[in-house]
Write a protein that binds this ligand. Sequence first.
Ligand code: UDP
Length: 329
Amino acid sequence: MKVLIIGGAGYIGSHVTKAMALAGHEVTVFDNLSSGLLVNLLPAAAFIAGDIRHADDISAAFSRGFDACVHLAAFKAVGESMVEPEKYSVNNLSGTINILNAASASGCRKIVFSSSAAVFGSPEYVPIDEDHPKNPESYYGFTKLEIERILAWYDSIRGIKFAALRYFNAAGYDPSGDIVGLERNPQNLLPIVMEVAMGWRKELQIFGNDYDTRDGTCLRDYVHVSDLADAHVNALAYLEREGKSLAVNLGSEKGVTVTEMVEAARRVTGRDIPARYTGRRAGDASSLIPTSALARSLIGWNPRLSDVDTLIKSTWDVYRTYRTPTERA
Ligand code: UDP
C-alpha cells in the first residue's frame, strides 16, 4: 500500500516508518521537524516537509494519492498541556481535523492513529482493558480521547476506518541501530536515566517512594518502540482485511517500578546512575498496567523486545554513541 506517515521523523514515527517499509509498503513521511529529526528520516521513505496546522500543506500531501495514513504528529508533554492548552488544541485537535478532511477529500479511507494510555486517567482497576472508563486527567489526554471520538464520526459519516492504538510507556530503540536521533529535552524516565548514565545530568529524581506498589515507586508498563511499530503494520492489515475500525491498548503486560528500572539500568550500562527520592509528581498514577489481550486476538500483536534488558540495552547502544545530547561522537 502507499502509506503517508504523518510525524514519521519523530521517535515513534521513525520506527513505524521502518516497520512499514520492511512490511513492503511504499512509505512517505510528512513532518514539520519541530521535534522530529532529519537524522531519523530513513532512506526507504520519501519526505514531504509540511505542517498539519496548515490545511493546504496536508491537502497537497494527500493529493499525491495514498491508500492509508498513520498519524503520529502531536505535542505530547502532559505537564505542558496543562499550561499551554492552546498549542494542543491547534496542533493535536485542529491538525487532526485537517488530516481527516484532506484524507476524506482525497479518498484515503484508512488511518492508524497514535492514541495514549492518557485517555483513561487514574485507573479504577488494573489491568486496564479497552472498556475501562475514560476520564483523562490532562488536556493532552483529553485531545487524544476527543480525536478517538472524531475518528468514530468520520468512520460513520465518511467511511474512514481507523485503528486507535493506545500506547502505554514507549521505550527502547531500533535494535539494528538504524534510528539514532535523541529526543530534545526528554521528559520520560528512560531517556533521563540515560542522560544521567552519560554524565549529562547529575542525578535522577525519583518522583515518590510512598506509592502502594512493591517498592513504593510507580509501576508502569514499558513497551519497546519496535514492538509498537509492528502493531501499526498489523493494525493496517486488519483495516484492509476486516474493513472495521478498532481501538486497542498496547502494553507489554510487564509492570516495572521506577526503582527496578534504575537498578536494571545500572547493571546493563555498568554506570553509577545517582538517584534521589523526591516528592511525588502531580498527576502520576500509582500503577498503569493494561491488558493487551484484545490487540493479541484482533491484530495478532505479540511484543518481542519489551523485556527490561532489551529496552535498556537498545537505548544505551544509541546514547553511548553521543558525546553531548546533540553531538555524536
Ligand atoms: N519518573 C521519575 N523521574 C523522572 C521521570 C519519570 O521518577 O525524572 C517516573 C514517573 O514518576 C513515572 C515513571 O517514571 O512513575 C514513568 O514516567 P514517564 O514520564 O516516563 O511516563 P508516564 O508514565 O508519566 O507516561
